[in-house]
Structure formats: structure tokens, C-alpha cells
Design a binder for this molecule. Structure first.
Ligand SMILES: [Fe+2]
Length: 159
């Protein structure tokens, strides 16, 4: 095995840059996840049953992605961040507290995607340039799914 390659045959230096960016995505996703849980719990109003379920779907999906991102970092040979203090320190998505209006919650979710999608596109580009197909495929799946969700949540707001 060449010295500058890691155990899956990718360049160590570019993998380290990718892992760092993946940790940034992980931190933001953890905040996004916790916000979705809060919306699920605290939502009120005539759309309660619909949104309570929708937000549950969203946080469950976020949990799957959080695990995939963390395990991708490990696969690349690095350590995923694993404390909420660290997440809060670097996440651009901030904690949304006491949101009980459906409209507000959906706006917060859309604001979250405004952070997640550009990060994922950066990762898509970086991984494409370094032939990291594993990270690349993961990012392209996330981008496609989330772009569709942005359409749906925007339609909910009549936008
Ligand atoms: Fe619940």
C-alpha cells in the first residue's frame, strides 16, 4: 500500500479534508435532527396530526443519515465528532426553541436545507475530484432527496 494512500486506496490528505467537511455536515445534521424532534413534540394547531407525523418521518430519516455520515468518516480513517458541545460549536444551523407553529417549523426546516444542501454540494465536488465514489454517491442521494423535500415544504407554505 502506497504511503500516501489510506486503507481503501484514497489519498490520505484529500480524505482528511473530506472527513473534516463531513464532520461539519454531521454537526449541522445533528442540530437539524434535534430541531425536527422539537417540532414533532411542540407543534400545535389544526395541522397537528399531519405535521407531528411528518416531522417524525424527518427526524427518523435524519438519524439514518447522521449514522451514514459518521460511518463514512470512520471508513475514510477518521473520527466523527460525537459530542453535542462540539456540534453546537461548529453548526451553522442553530437550535430552534419553542416553535409550535407549523408554518414557523417548516420555515426553520427550509432554513436548515439552505445550510445542508450547499455543504453536500461542496462534498460532492470535493469527492468527485478525488475519486471518492463512496462519499460522492452518498451526497448525490442526499441532494436529490432533499431538493424534492424543499419543493414539498415550500408547497406547504404556498411558495
Ligand atoms: Fe413521538
Amino acid at each position: 500500500m502506497a504511503k500516501n494512500l489510506n486503507r481503501i486506496g484514497l489519498d490520505k490528505q484529500t480524505s482528511s479534508e473530506l472527513a473534516e467537511k463531513l464532520n461539519e455536515l454531521l454537526a449541522n445534521y445533528q442540530m437539524f435532527y434535534m430541531n425536527a424532534r422539537g417540532f414533532h413534540w411542540n407543534i400545535k394547531g389544526h395541522k397537528f396530526f399531519e405535521l407531528h407525523l411528518k416531522f417524525e418521518e424527518l427526524y427518523n430519516d435524519s438519524l439514518v443519515k447522521i449514522d451514514e455520515i459518521a460511518e463514512r468518516i470512520l471508513t475514510l480513517g477518521f473520527t466523527p465528532m460525537h459530542s453535542y458541545a462540539d456540534y453546537a460549536g461548529i453548526s451553522k444551523i442553530k437550535a430552534a426553541k419553542n416553535v409550535s407553529s407549523g408554518t414557523e417549523a417548516v420555515k426553520e426546516i427550509l432554513k436548515g436545507y439552505e445550510v445542508l444542501l450547499p455543504l453536500e454540494r461542496e462534498l460532492l465536488e470535493m469527492s468527485g475530484e478525488s475519486n471518492d465514489e463512496g462519499t460522492n454517491a452518498l451526497m448525490s442521494d442526499y441532494i436529490r432527496e432533499q431538493e424534492k423535500l424543499v419543493w414539498m415544504y415550500s408547497a406547504f407554505l404556498h411558495e
